[in-house]
Design a protein around this ligand. Structure first.
Ligand code: ZLV
Ligand code: CA
Ligand code: ZN
Length: 380
């Protein structure tokens, strides 16, 4: 039944802790940690767990969290009652039961995953519970409390000279960008819907490429790809492969972190793009093809069944099993009910009926030209 073999010549590690999945942001809040349960069920029912090293991740220590975050902010997350400061807490980032455990567990998984890459025990490390790119040094933002990506990159920088961060969540990766704004050792590339007035967080225009001061090492080491509603698989792939291909050629990173926010899929509750599961997954295939140590994290994704489909498919890409995976619902699937109503298929059509593609060829080409011009200033 389950015949998925280990990948040949490289190792994939899976980092998770089921305790993360039991937390609840509140009934009406779009962030649903149980999408991770659905993802894992799907991955395991295909037998993909047999092809990876599985690690039960541990909670990050306070000291580890404070490697990026302000002491008093972490103390507040630990004991929210003892402070009158707000630290970004509110409707987007509520205080819920077990908040500190939730944060320290998803961050611990990303830190562990990064360390497996540092020690070369893993070539591709996966943490679908991570990818919470909006968290700031001293403030929660956009459903994110602790920035596991920044913490993981700090680990990678102990051993790797240059880290490339790529963010395909529909939202701008502002927290990671801000953390490494003045560094040339981390290059941040975010693809996102951009509308300063109405779409969260309102940052990330094409012209935002790092500090402007000529002596600042971070100048030109940020790439922003602002997009309009309805981008489809073919335009996105063309943009992604051109920009990431050129960036890797010029920057020559020693490690890559790929944030795979699934809210860039069509039909997402918060998103506005038209990507299909295969189009989204093509980004993983492309990045993987460079054979550079890779940390894969999750992020947004607000239509849970599609999040599970995308991340299960992307797990299969990581282990090189995507060509042999049966796209029908596996026989041994404990959470079958969750998919039964709509008739399961791994690749439903999430294409264009909901939103027109408001990114024309001219606009796509303008972005590519701008980025090519910017990359002329990067030398290694
Ligand atoms: O996917 O929120 O628009 C990574 C990620 O990138 C806002 N927040 C801010 C600005 C004013 N507020 C709105 C406050 C609403 C609070 C509750 C929702 C509740 C129901 C349905 C939608 C939302 C919502 N909130 C939609 N967009 C927001 C954004 C935050 C988006 C964070 C994306 C996180 C995990
Ligand atoms: Ca993004
Ligand atoms: Zn998002």
């Amino acid at each position: 039944e389950n015949q998925i073999a280990r990948p040949k010549g490289y190792t994939v590690s899976w980092h998770s802790n089921p305790d993360v999945e039991d937390h609840h942001f509140g009934q009406t809040h779009p962030m649903k940690p149980w999408r991770l349960t659905l993802t894992k069920e799907l991955v395991m029912s295909y037998g993909m767990h047999l092809a990876m090293d599985l690690y039960l991740s541990r909670a990050a220590t306070q000291e580890e969290l404070k490697a990026f975050h302000k002491d008093e902010y972490i103390d507040f997350l630990h004991e929210p009652g003892y402070s009158s400061a707000v630290y970004g807490v509110g409707d987007d980032c509520p205080i819920f039961d077990g908040l500190y455990d939730y944060c320290s567990l998803y961050a611990g998984a990303s830190i562990d995953a990064a360390r497996k890459l540092c020690s070369k025990q893993s070539d591709i490390a996966i943490n679908w519970s991570g990818g919470l790119h909006h968290a700031k040094k001293g403030e929660a933002s956009g459903f994110c409390y602790v920035n596991d990506i920044v913490l993981a990159i700090l680990q990678l920088l102990r051993v790797h000279a240059r880290v490339l961060y790529i963010d395909i969540d529909v939202h701008h990766g502002d927290g990671v960008e801000q953390a490494f704004w003045s560094s040339d050792r981390v290059m941040c590339v975010s693809f996102h819907k951009y509308d300063r007035e109405v779409f969260f967080p309102g940052t990330g225009p094409l012209e935002s490429t790092g500090p402007i001061h000529p002596n600042n090492p971070g100048k030109n080491y940020t790439i922003n790809v602002p997009l309009n509603d309805g981008i489809d698989d073919s335009s996105y792939q063309h943009l992604f492969e051109t920009i990431i291909g050129d960036t890797i050629d010029v920057y020559r990173p020693d490690a890559i972190v790929l944030q795979c926010g699934a809210d860039s899929l069509g039909h997402d509750r918060l998103g506005c793009f038209n990507l299909n599961i295969k189009g989204h997954g093509q980004c993983v295939t492309f990045v993987k093809s460079f054979r550079i140590p890779l940390l894969v994290v999750g992020g947004g994704g607000y239509t849970p069944r599609n999040v599970a489909r995308a991340w299960a498919h992307e797990t299969s890409i990581c282990i090189g099993a995507d060509k042999t995976l049966n796209p029908a619902l596996p026989e041994f699937m404990p959470l079958r009910e969750a998919f039964r109503k709509e008739g399961f298929t791994l690749f439903p059509n999430l294409g264009s009926w909901r939103k027109d593609n408001l990114n024309d060829q001219k606009y796509i080409q303008k972005i590519i030209e701008h980025v090519k011009e910017q990359l002329r200033y990067i030398k290694h």
